[in-house]
Design a protein around this ligand. Structure first.
Ligand code: ZN
Length: 345
């Protein structure tokens, strides 16, 4: 295996987008290129054949999450395909929480207070001739440990041009920026796009870049620029609409102003793609009512999270969480003060 050490890329687009890439040190760039080279050589399928990823031993800190899960609902198949993982300062998510209790809860989950490295789980729904993606991952310009969706799809025998539809949960970089390739061209050339109307209106509003918190300015600039590239090929939906046979949109506002989840149903069997409305397997479940700095409207997001978890637990409906560990697919169970996640792999 040859280690490729490229000249660092300069992110394209508005100057503000460079701010979000501060974590992209030369070391990280070299590392992710190494990981990319590794996964391409091994292929993801071969990698999965290894018992515990031993082929990438030594790369655990920055290795992409390649967890893989699948569920069938009638004639539909849901797969989780990995886009890699992120590297987020703990203060970004945890800063607003009661620190003493937080520390003991995180310890129980073996979760650091200082840094989060959440996986990015893109959902693929195959239904007849349709290959539908829920979100498109980070692409090349967000963080060096993410943007691996194309390789993951390849492991399932799918190329970008095989994707017929893309549905967005929301417009944050790790869900949207994978829309464009290294050359800033649309990657999914044959796809039609859908997004919740409120989410579209928010990111396309020229006032958003000034109104959003200063640490998210790059999010606003990046979302608007990317969404404008598909302006002629995107349609909108609202809460409760059936966007494909058996697929209903579910408003789950708070993480972003127009965040959407999706209930996918065949008869009495159903699963829910929750995006970032349930943002992790630890604190979001243990204390769903706590306000998280990850959410743009923390209070509304907490209310949404509490309601969703109540439903998912009482109906024992499988969920797929974009940043939930072990492939993101599983169920939630009520425990004393909150919930716990039981992975379904
Ligand atoms: Zn996210």
């Amino acid at each position: 295996m040859r280690l490729i050490l490229p000249v660092p890329r300069t992110p394209k687009g508005a100057l503000d987008e460079k701010n979000i890439a501060k974590l992209r040190t030369i070391h990280h760039i070299q590392y992710v290129e190494f990981v990319r080279a590794s996964t391409m050589t091994l292929t993801r399928r071969n990698f999965l054949k290894t018992t515990s990823g031993a082929a990438l031993a030594g790369c655990t800190l920055w290795a992409p999450q390649v967890a893989y899960s699948q569920i069938s609902l009638g004639d539909m198949t849901l797969d989780v395909v990995s886009d890699g993982s992120l590297h987020i300062p703990g203060s970004f998510s945890f800063g607003s929480m009661p620190q003493n209790e937080l520390a003991s809860i995180l310890q129980a989950y073996d979760q650091s207070l200082d840094v989060l490295t959440p996986p990015c789980n893109v959902t693929l729904l195959r239904q007849g001739d349709r290959n539908i993606l829920f979100d498109v991952g980070s692409g090349p310009d967000f963080q060096p440990t993410a943007g691996l969706l194309v390789e993951s799809l390849e492991a399932l025998g799918l190329a970008p041009e095989d994707i017929t539809d893309v549905v967005f949960t929301h417009g944050h970089p790790d869900h949207l920026w994978g829309l464009l390739d290294d050359f800033d061209d649309p990657l999914f050339t044959e796809a039609s796009y859908m997004i919740g109307k409120a989410e579209w209106d928010y990111w396309l509003d020229p006032n958003t870049v000034d109104a959003i918190s200063s640490d998210r300015t790059a999010f606003a600039v990046g979302a608007k620029r990317r969404l404008e590239t598909i302006e002629d090929n995107i349609s909108f939906f609202k809460d409760g609409e059936e966007i494909f046979p058996g697929v209903a949109a579910r408003a789950s506002f708070g993480h972003t102003p127009g965040h959407m989840s999706f209930e996918i149903r065949s008869g009495s069997n159903a699963a829910m793609v929750v995006g970032d409305s349930i943002g992790n397997h630890h604190i979001a479940l243990a204390r769903p009512e706590w306000v998280s700095g990850s959410d743009q409207d923390g209070d509304l997001a907490a209310t949404t999270r509490v309601n969703l978890l109540d439903q998912l637990a009482s109906e024992q409906m499988p969920l797929i969480g974009f940043h939930i560990n072990k492939g993101g697919m599983g169920r939630v169970e009520k425990i004393d003060d909150g919930y716990r996640f039981i992975a379904e792999t």
